[in-house]
Design a protein around this ligand. Structure first.
Ligand SMILES: Cc1cc2nc3c(=O)[nH]c(=O)nc-3n(C[C@H](O)[C@H](O)[C@H](O)COP(=O)(O)O)c2cc1C
Length: 335
């Protein structure tokens, strides 16, 4: 069966899950346009995930996805933790907080999966790895369609072998975190898509730098059954991005984005700012510890209106992003 039929959508577009940016209004507006809305639930607890799902259901009766972060085991190296914290202190001081508490996050991945099943969510997508076989089996038995994320052909093959129904191939142009789970490949979308199309037989969704109808059509011609769009929707009315983040997106020029691990310990693409520059050679704790270390800095920067210390994830084509409602922006791709 073709991907659009499997997903129950009209247009070959998935609104990218964007943790911290997607709101119920944003996801529902996407689904109501006939594309697949996606909840970026990576940082949510199970209860928050349920509330979010129910809020979307109140606004649409169309299919949507929940996107989860596959958790990673990390050993905390106390020495590196201390060094990474100290490296952040000059930034903390600039924000008026020479010291701050760092509660370590813990994933509720298994409980989130139970929520997806109980709430009868149509689609569950994953990034940062593959769920365990038991989770895949439970979700499939419950009739949930499963989508993995790959940044190389090797990862795409692993997604197919694990039994997932479709794969997002994420090119190096993409905004936000790299979904990599075997090494740190960085392959432009066109090359990755063409090679993946030869290697896997599950439907492929192309992601990374798709900013208009032309780039979308090109990826569909090269073998993608759908595209996943993030950055193009970042400054929409329904997006939960901070107003100063939206402003930076709308003002961005070509070449504004870089890849960095300074915010979270995992490579991600965003608009280059003071934080990245100051932390360039600093010791960085592994993900998710670095993310925990910088959480208070990011929230304080947002509260105080200091975009130079906020993480403003965005893709290489950010300079094409426009204002408007989700519907107005999506219409430029599909009407
Ligand atoms: C702000 C932002 C947050 C993101 N968060 C997630 C996420 O939570 N889960 C995920 O699978 N991908 C996430 N991504 C990556 C997108 O799924 C997708 O790969 C990317 O947006 C495609 O490239 P584009 O931004 O150039 O459209 C995020 C991207 C952005 C820009």
């Amino acid at each position: 069966m073709k991907l659009l039929e499997l997903l129950g959508i009209e247009h070959p577009i998935i609104q990218a899950p964007m943790a911290g940016v997607t709101t119920p209004e944003f996801v529902a507006a996407s689904s109501n346009c006939g594309v697949l809305g996606s909840i970026g639930a990576g940082y949510l607890s199970a209860d928050e995930t349920r509330e979010f799902v129910q809020a979307v259901k109140k606004r649409t009766d169309r299919p949507f996805a929940v996107n989860l972060f596959v958790p990673e085991e990390v050993q905390i190296d106390q020495e590196l933790f201390r060094e990474a914290y100290e490296a952040l202190q000059p930034i903390g001081e600039k924000l008026g907080m020479p010291f701050w508490k760092v509660p370590l996050s813990s994933s509720q991945f298994d409980q989130q999966i139970e929520v997806v099943i109980q709430e009868q969510v149509d689609v569950c997508s994953f990034t940062f790895g593959l769920p365990k076989p038991g989770n895949i089996k439970r979700l499939k038995e419950a009739g949930v369609l499963l989508i993995g994320t790959a940044t190389s052909v090797e990862e795409a093959c692993a997604v197919e072998k694990a039994g997932l129904d479709a794969v997002v191939v994420q090119g190096s142009e993409a905004g936000g975190h790299r979904g990599s789970f075997i090494g740190t490949p960085l392959i432009p979308l066109q090359e990755l898509l063409q090679d993946a199309a030869k290697a896997v037989s599950i439907p492929i969704i192309a992601a990374g730098g798709i900013s208009d109808r032309n780039s979308m059509t090109k990826m569909l011609e090269l073998g993608a059954q759908a595209v996943q769009i993030g950055t193009a929707l970042l400054a929409s009315q329904e997006s939960g991005a901070h107003p100063l983040y939206k402003q930076a997106v709308l003002r961005a020029e070509a070449g504004s984005t870089v890849l960095t691990d300074t915010f979270s310990g995992k490579m991600a693409r965003g608009i280059q700012n003071g934080f990245m520059n100051m932390m360039q050679n600093a010791p960085i704790a592994p993900y998710p510890v670095q993310n925990d270390l910088t959480k208070k800095i990011r929230s304080e920067a947002a509260k105080k209106g200091k975009p130079e210390f906020m993480s403003m994830w965005a893709g290489e084509q950010v300079h094409h992003t426009t204002e408007g409602t989700v519907e107005e922006i999506l219409r430029t791709f599909i009407s």
